[in-house]
Structures are given as C-alpha cells and as structure tokens.
Write a protein that binds this ligand. Structure first.
Ligand SMILES: [Fe+2]
Ligand SMILES: [Fe+2]
Length: 381
C-alpha cells in the first residue's frame, strides 16, 4: 500500500480490483500484538416510551430465546479429550476446498502446493483448524458488540428485548470458542484483516439497519453456513455439540435480521435499497477474501500472493466451497427483496460468485424453529 493511500482506499472494491490479489494483500495485519482495538461507533442511541409489543414475530422469537438459553460450562462435556490431528484429517477429507488443493497438488505444476506430501497437508489441516476457530471466535465478539449496538439504536422495544437475549448468546459463543481453542487446539490467529475491516464498517455506520444487514444477515448468515458445514464434517463429540448449540442460537439471530429488516425495506426508495445492496455485496467480497486465509499461507511459508492468486483462479471453475458459504445469505437477501429490485445488480453479483443457485433455499425467518437443537435435547431428556 502506498504511504499516501488510506486503508479504505487500499481496500476499495471496484470491478477491476474485486478479484485482484494485490488489493486483497494490500493491507498489513496491523499490529498483531494489539490487545485493544477501539472504533468510533456511528449513530444515535434511542430510547422509546412506547412499550407495546406490536411485532408478534419478534415477540415469539424473544420467548424462544429465553427458553432456549444454555450454559457452556455445564451443558458441554469439557472432559472429552480431542485428538487434533484426527479431527483435522477428518475435516480435510470432507472439505471441498482441501480436496481440490490436494488434487491439484498431485497433478498441476502451476499449483503452489505441487509436490506436497501427506505430512504437509496434515500441517495445513491443523493450521486451518486453528485459523478457522480463531476467526469464528473473533467474529463472535463482533456479533457481541454489534448486537449491543443494535439494542442501543433500534427504536422498537420488541427488538431491544430480543437483541438483549442475543447479546447473552454471543457472550456464550465467545466463551465456548475461546475455551475450545485454548484447551483443545494448538494455536491462535489474530483477526483476519478483511473480517476486521468488515466489523469496523458495520460498527461505524450510523444507520442502525446497516448494523442489522451487516451483522445479522451477512456475517451471521455466513457463520450459520460455515458452522453447519463443520458440524456435518466432524465426529468429535465436544465440537459437534458445541456447534449444534451455537447454530440453534445463530438461526434465531439471522431470523431476527430477516424479520426486522423486512419491515424496514418495504418502505425504502430504490436509491436507499441500492445502497443496501452495495453494502451487502461488499460484505460478501470481504468474507470471500477472508477465506483465502492469507495469514495461514504466510505462517506455513508458502507465498501468500501465489496462493491467493491461485485460489482466485480456481474460483470460476472448481471451487464449490465459496458459493456454499453464501447458501444462507442468498435466500435471506431474496426474502428481504434485495435480490430482485428493478435493477438486477445484486442478483448479477451473486450469479458471478456462483451462489445464485441457493436463492430458493428456505429462508432463516422460516427455518429457525427447526434448528433449535437445545429444545430437542430438552424434550428428549
Ligand atoms: Fe454467535
Ligand atoms: Fe449470532
């Protein structure tokens, strides 16, 4: 990044830079030893003196949230011993991107991993797991902070009630991911620069619906898909139960976004909706960039630039992993009316990303009750 260029300029997305490894790598990790990261919060804090509960779907969600609270200390069995290599190998064996890398490493000399051995891939799988869980952890803290902001700023009492339960849920998620990383895995990663930029943007925006869109729909929608993927792949009982319970909460959180924003967007002008579409698209690109995991390649001593470039090249053909990350986001954006405004701009962007095929999947506003694993366990015991 040139010295005169601001961080925002270096990260700017244009049609020319969206798939440009130079843009993606044009940011340093900042100060990786930083303990505190302070960001100015945009917008006003709202009180309301109207205590009438006038939004039945949010009231129902709030009741569900109160009855489905769980305790990470007592509901999870932390005495379970985890064999990280076994866990990492098992995940890699079913991870579409890992499989693709292995395949190319065995046959394609242009792949930067050409010639890698099983032991090299084991190291990658372990680092990937440390990295992924670390990013889940940082993302959970992002959700904790953003939801607290929503509680302050949303003017509806029923949304403040529900948001307060989500703040508790997110504290629990930060707690259990931190504990799993510390006691069961073998290393931490600092927050990925693209995830950090996205969280900063969401917090800085003064419009409360943007916090909802950025966090509840985009970041949490991606988390729901990614947790679901990992839950499906793993047989490690502690992680599996942890993810089942976290996902029960996350489905409510995404539903909170869908049910709230539907009301807001129904009254918006085309110009206002276009701003929301652009915000959603930029968030999607930042999250895609994050999954190029540049810091893992740096730590393993593989050229980050080569690997980021190589992964971007595969994205139009063999990459089935990235579109899957948007499998929860696309149907929710459709339900909110953001996919199909008069101008098909956002639809075209998700078509380019290979994720439009998910548009008719069930949206989370309808799906969340079916995902309440905590209630299912309680009914069975
Ligand atoms: Fe969470
Ligand atoms: Fe959440």
């Amino acid at each position: 990044m040139a010295e005169t260029q601001t961080y925002a300029e270096a990260m700017k997305l244009t049609d020319d830079t969206v798939n440009d490894a130079i843009r993606i790598l044009a940011t340093s990790q900042g100060n990786v030893d930083e303990i505190e990261h302070a960001v100015e919060t945009g917008g006003l804090t709202s009180f309301t003196w109207d205590y009438e509960l006038s939004r039945p779907p949010l009231v129902k969600l709030y009741e569900k949230a109160k009855s489905s609270q769980w305790n990470g200390t007592t509901d999870l069995d932390w005495s379970i011993e985890v064999d990280q290599l076994k866990l990492a190998q098992e995940n890699a064996a079913t991870n579409l991107r890992a499989q693709m890398m292995r395949e190319y490493a065995s046959k394609d000399k242009t792949c930067p991993l050409y010639g890698w051995t099983d032991s090299d891939f084991d190291k990658l799988s372990i680092e990937f797991q440390n990295w992924l869980l670390s990013q889940f952890l940082h993302g959970e803290q992002g959700a904790l902070v953003c939801t607290a902001k929503i509680v302050e700023q949303v003017p509806w009492i029923d949304a403040k009630y529900y948001g307060a339960t989500q703040v508790m849920d997110e504290a629990r998620h930060v707690e259990v991911f931190a504990r799993y990383l510390d006691s069961k895995l073998s290393g931490h990663y600092p927050i990925n620069v693209h995830l950090e930029a996205l969280l900063d943007e969401i917090i800085r925006d003064s419009r409360w619906d943007m916090t909802y869109l950025g966090m509840q729909i985009m970041v949490e929608g991606l988390a729901l898909a990614a947790f679901g993927f990992m839950h499906m792949m793993t047989s490690e009982p502690l992680l599996k139960k942890l993810l089942r319970y976290v996902m029960s909460d996350e489905a409510r959180h995404v539903a909170f976004g869908v049910l709230s924003l539907k009301e807001v967007y129904d009254d918006m002008s085309a110009a206002e909706l276009r701003e929301r579409q652009e915000f959603a698209y930029e968030a999607a690109v930042r999250m895609r960039d994050r999954f190029l995991m540049q810091e893992v390649w740096e730590r393993l001593g593989v050229g980050a630039k080569e690997m980021v470039t190589w992964q971007l090249q595969q994205s139009n053909s063999d990459d089935e992993f990235t579109p899957f990350l948007f499998s929860k986001i696309v149907p929710n954006l459709k339900k909110l009316g953001l996919l199909d405004t008069e101008d098909p701009w956002l639809r075209d962007r998700f078509t380019e990303m290979g994720a439009i095929e998910f548009e008719n999947f069930v949206d989370t506003g309808d799906e969340y009750e079916a995902l309440d694993e905590v209630a299912k366990d309680r009914a069975a015991s």
